[in-house]
Design a protein around this ligand. Structure first.
Ligand SMILES: NC(=O)c1ccc[n+]([C@@H]2O[C@H](COP(=O)([O-])OP(=O)(O)OC[C@H]3O[C@@H](n4cnc5c(N)ncnc54)[C@H](O)[C@@H]3O)[C@@H](O)[C@H]2O)c1
Length: 328
């Protein structure tokens, strides 16, 4: 029987072969041209641009003809070295460095003011700087993604004097089954998706003209990944963590940066993009909560006999002392 099956498999007249077609040289040239149209002449600010993914983003923006670019980073030594290096190779003040800790709101407010006067206007913000250190999880929560997002909206929004633009918030690959040893880091990265989804709502976009996109990289070869096994809450978790990391193939920051350029070209406001295993970006969505209800024997049964609806929010608020709905 077993041998029959093997023979059958060998002689299958319609074998299912799946392969990905490589894009032709002319397709690639068209893609580069389309990206250049979006990026060329723009002013960009990247947080955490002195290393890892941020540094790869910087290089790709330069490759696609950006006007000016600011890297904002806590690491002043690396930041200044990079700015100096590009000053020599680009021959002009194309790359600027601003030293700031994204979690310090006061400092970030000043840094954005500085960035705005250096650039004239800010067109694209890559909200990338992030911390992975479960031993000091307060630092992960204070991370500064919200600071950057709020200031980016303020400086790019049409209703506050900006010209509109693109804000990219960097989250992480959304599969929480593989982040058991990183509970706080994972929580902050999921918060980033919530932040993006709220800010990208059409009610904001109409006023601000700012597209908000989420980027979810999979495992990528940077200092953050290399150091991560030593940044867990307890050493006991290390073996399990390393074992779970070993299931994945690790991609280079170059691939993620290349993917980001494609996303900038095609991504709509509110879109969420994954780049993993060194492959091209693909889009995911937040599922409709109505479809998430679990049905199993211990769940509360849902009886539809008499529909008792809650009171309307307007009724509740209008009767309150503050009259919350009076402005609507
Ligand atoms: N590397 C990965 O596998 C991976 C996967 C998914 C998501 N990410 C996310 O991508 C982003 C970049 O990560 P990376 O892997 O390039 O990390 P990295 O550690 O290699 O680089 C982070 C950069 O941010 C800077 N930085 C850190 N804290 C800062 C602060 N408070 N203020 C200003 N700058 C600060 C660092 O100095 C560094 O230059 C992070 O948000 C991270 O969570 C990374």
């Amino acid at each position: 029987m077993v041998s029959e099956l093997v023979t059958e498999k060998k002689t299958d007249p319609n074998p299912k072969i799946s392969f990905r077609r490589r894009s032709s040289a002319s397709e690639r040239a068209k893609e580069i041209e389309a990206i250049n149209c979006i990026v060329s002449g723009k002013n960009v600010l990247i947080t955490g641009g002195a290393a890892g993914l941020g540094y790869a983003f910087l290089n790709h923006f330069l490759k696609h003809g950006v006007n000016k670019i600011i890297i904002l980073d806590i690491d002043s030594e690396a930041g200044e070295r990079i700015a100096l290096c590009f000053e020599k190779s680009c021959g002009e003040k194309k790359v600027h460095f601003i030293h700031a800790d994204v979690s310090n709101h006061k400092r970030m407010t000043v840094a954005f003011e500085e960035a705005s006067s250096l650039l004239g206007s800010i067109d694209i913000v890559i909200n990338n700087a992030g911390v992975l250190d479960e031993r000091r999880w307060e630092k992960e929560i204070a991370g500064g993604m919200i600071n950057t997002a709020m200031l980016a909206m303020k400086y790019m929004s049409r209703d506050t004097g900006g010209h509109g633009g693109i804000l990219v918030n960097v989250s992480q690959h959304a599969d929480i089954r593989n982040t058991a040893q990183l509970p706080v880091y994972t929580a902050t990265k999921h918060a980033v998706i919530g932040l993006s989804e709220s800010l990208s709502d059409p009610c904001h976009y109409e006023k601000t003209g700012v597209s908000v996109i989420t980027l979810c990289p999979g495992l990528t070869e940077t200092a953050l990944t290399v150091d991560s096994p030593n940044k867990l809450l307890s050493r006991v978790m290390k073996a399990d963590f390393v074992k779970s990391l070993e299931q994945f193939s690790i991609q280079t920051p170059y691939v993620v940066a290349q993917g980001l350029m494609t996303i900038l070209r095609t991504g709509e406001s509110g879109s969420i993009w994954v780049i993993e295993n060194g492959r091209a970006p693909y889009e995911i969505y937040v599922p409709n909560p109505q479809t998430l209800r679990r049905h199993y024997k211990n769940n509360f049964s849902h009886v539809d006999t008499k529909v008792v609806r809650g009171r309307a929010i307007r009724e509740v608020c209008d009767n309150s002392r503050t009259g919350l709905m009076s402005c609507a």
